[in-house]
Design a binder for this molecule. Structure first.
Ligand code: SF4
Length: 135
């Protein structure tokens, strides 16, 4: 039996609570709060306590999906990125930059949130940027 713990940061919100994931024979099986991270000092909310449950969920999206003829269809990352870039360009050309908006997320890093607002403002030319914490 192979057992270990992995110190990491909760991915559910921007608080950034520290926790240990318990890994048993290559599968993440449980969550333990970290007592030495100053942001949570050994405490977790209900989402953090259960964060290990989504890792191996069969319902988890692991590949991009593109709607084709009304049905979501698996696509490669390259196809999804090409499709998204093409649609953003089309919409911008036809309706202007402010017809687009970008929603960032508490579930990504500060650096990734910085990049999405930079992309919106510098590449697309709109200030229409918001964040899921306000929704
Ligand atoms: S444990 Fe709760 S409060 Fe802490 S980061 Fe996760 S979701 Fe946010």
């Amino acid at each position: 039996m192979d057992y270990r713990t992995v110190l990491t940061t909760c991915a559910y919100c921007g608080c950034g609570c520290g926790l240990y994931l318990e890994v048993l024979d290559g599968r993440v099986v449980n969550t333990i709060p970290c007592k030495t991270t100053p942001v949570n000092e050994g405490k977790l909310c209900v989402k953090g306590w259960n964060i290990h449950e989504f890792i191996h969920s069969p319902n988890r999206l692991t590949r991009p999906l593109i709607r084709k003829n009304g049905a979501l269809t698996e696509a490669s990352w390259e196809e999804a990125l090409d499709y998204t870039a093409g649609r953003l360009w089309e919409i911008k050309e036809k309706h202007g930059s402010d017809s687009l908006a970008f929603l960032a997320s508490a579930k990504v890093t500060n650096e990734e949130n910085y990049l999405i607002q930079k992309f919106a403002r510098a590449a697309v030319g709109t200030n229409n940027v918001d964040h899921c914490a306000r929704l």
